[in-house]
Design a protein around this ligand. Structure first.
Ligand code: ADP
Ligand code: MG
Length: 392
């Protein structure tokens, strides 16, 4: 049911109550009017129950208004039936167009005024301000108030629908960005690795170095296998929701070894095993991979240090190299999506991404991710892992 429909239903409540109150006030006298009041209350009770099934035009509202006015003529303007008429006015405003509602409001307040002059039924006081001014003004204003509320609610519902559509578009865009990031950080990067390895392979072939040929061919095969798996995951869009396999530290070692394979780069890893949810774990691995890949691709570094430290409320990943560094620009340059992707991943996980670099002074990227769970030691006292992957 729409908001307008819900409000209209609420207005039936005073329309059920007012005739009953009038009935009580008049002590069910005269019996014919009492019967009419009972019928009015009963009809509204039925309307309350079956509101959604009532015909859309709701012509009965008009008939009912005429009937209620007739009753008012007998029982008098000082009875709760005025409340009934007011609720009818707002209800009409919620249901009909503005002009007929205004006309009905004028007729209702005129009729009310007529009854007041005839002093029909129960009329309080002599010239009572409320009876002579407030009530007819409210009867006149009830309809337009209903119209205004209806328009407001309709506009609000329309805005809510638009907002929902916008949110959906935004979600689709987010998803596309996510897939783009995944493609960039996994497939394109590893494809670049395959290209580099193919060069190594050719050089080894030219040298007639059978061992290097075998090693390079093996790494190409493994990378291609990994790529096939990654592309399946990206296509399914399951990368961030798939279950994690193995420890985070182990996964970081694997990534580091994969990225640095075939390069003159010493990778030092200092990492605490941390109990993380799959999404955070994936963000860490993706950022680590891309940062390490940047070192290999751009830094011309001799050493890179990867640190994963666990704090009470966050994990901090740092990748620092001693390479050539670069001058950081606000958007990281057009056509470059690696650093941008890191920042987006951090923001989406409620974390922070920071980069520090200067020409000739190396580069350090830092990702801080909030965590809810406390860090757990990997194996007893072996809390700190140290590894050295060196291919000199
Ligand atoms: N560790 C690094 N050392 C030196 N330069 C870097 C490093 N990381 C990033 N850069 C510079 O920042 C640029 C943007 O990096 P990134 O956004 O990852 O895009 P891409 O790697 O595709 O060029 C790189 O082109 C490079 O000039
Ligand atoms: Mg990059």
């Amino acid at each position: 049911m729409s908001e307008v429909g819900r409000l209209a239903r609420y207005l039936l409540i005073p329309r059920v109550a007012a005739p009953v109150l009038t009935l009580v006030a008049l002590r069910a006298d005269p019996p014919a009017v009492a019967l009419l009041l009972g019928a009015l209350s009963g009809l509204n009770l039925l309307a309350l129950r079956f509101w959604t099934r009532l015909p859309h035009g709701r012509l009965h509202l008009l008939l009912d208004q005429v009937l209620a006015l007739g009753v008012l003529g007998v029982v008098g303007s000082g009875t709760p039936m005025v409340l009934y008429l007011m609720a009818s006015g707002v209800l009409a405003g919620l249901t009909y167009r503005a002009r007929p509602v205004l006309v009905a409001g004028i007729l209702t307040s005129l009729t009310y005024g007529g009854f007041l002059m005839l002093r029909a039924g129960y009329v309080p006081g002599e010239i009572d301000l409320h009876t002579t001014i407030t009530l007819p003004a409210l009867l006149l204003g009830a309809g337009p108030a209903g119209v205004a509320v209806r328009r407001l609610l309709v506009r609000q519902e329309r805005t809510a629908t638009q907002l929902w559509k916008l949110r959906r578009t935004h979600a689709v865009r987010e998803e596309r960005l996510r897939v783009a990031r995944d493609l960039h950080d996994s497939l394109t990067k590893d494809l670049h690795g395959v290209w580099l390895l193919s060069r190594t392979l050719r050089a080894a072939l030219e040298r007639g170095d059978q061992d290097s040929v075998r090693e390079a061919a093996g790494v190409i095969g493994e990378t291609a296998q990994g790529l096939a798996g990654q592309s399946r995951m990206v296509i399914r869009g399951l990368r961030e929701s798939g279950p994690a396999v193995g420890g985070l530290v182990e996964a970081l070692h694997e990534r580091a070894a994969g990225v640095s394979a075939g390069h003159q780069l010493a990778v030092e890893i200092q990492a605490h095993e941390v109990d993380l949810d799959d999404a955070s774990r994936n963000v860490l691995l993706m950022v680590a991979s891309e940062a390490l890949h940047n070192v290999v691709k751009h830094a011309r570094a001799r050493t890179v240090t990867l640190t994963l430290a666990a704090r009470a409320d966050a994990v901090v990943l740092e990748i620092e190299d001693d390479g050539v560094g670069f001058a950081i620009t606000p958007g990281f340059g057009p056509g470059h999506y690696g650093l941008l992707g890191m920042r987006e991943r951090a923001a989406r996980s409620g974390g922070e991404f920071a980069i520090r670099s200067a020409p000739g002074d190396g580069t350090r990227v830092r990702l801080t991710l909030p965590v809810r769970r406390s860090p757990v030691p990997a194996r007893g006292e072996a809390f700190l892992h140290r590894a050295r992957v060196s291919r000199a």
